[in-house]
Design a protein around this ligand. Sequence first.
Ligand SMILES: [Zn+2]
Length: 192
Amino acid sequence: MRRQPIDPILAEEPEAPTRLCDHPGCAAGGDFRAPRSRLELNHYYWFCLEHVRAYNLSWNYYAGMNDTEVEAEIRRDTVWQRPSWKLGERYGPRPPHLRDPFGFQEKFEQAKAGRRAHNEARDPAKRALSARDQALAVFDLEPPLTAAELKARYKVLVKQHHPDAHGGDKAAEEKLKIINQAYATLKATYTN
Ligand SMILES: [Zn+2]
């Protein structure tokens, strides 16, 4: 409660209220504030305790709204005032009774699905690409390739690097393994 500076001359007199209760005809002090309306939440009536209680009891936030406006207001309130559990459903399924009027949850799920697909696609694609590129390098070939061209090149390479042609050379054996792997990779890619 705000107090006026005490005038020494009037010190004996009862304190004059800084403002009177806004209730018509009430002479008590308006010490308790209450918003004038939902559109004027920063503008207040000032009431005495008795009248602020009465005002609060009768105050209807939705006064003056039609059904559609009331519903929109409730939705807005649900979305904006409690986002922590509204949008925070990311770690579990969304309870079916919760509405999502602006599609936030849907957008969130879409974004999540898109991110997941992106992450899943990226690495295997990269691996597949590099495996094919390596195989092409082993075969010393460049696309486009037909299966026949591939097979012909394979025969040449096997002949060149066959261990039998290198006296059972370990290096040749390794090289043949690599050629076989590359051939398998390229056969999978260029089949016609
Ligand atoms: Zn009053």
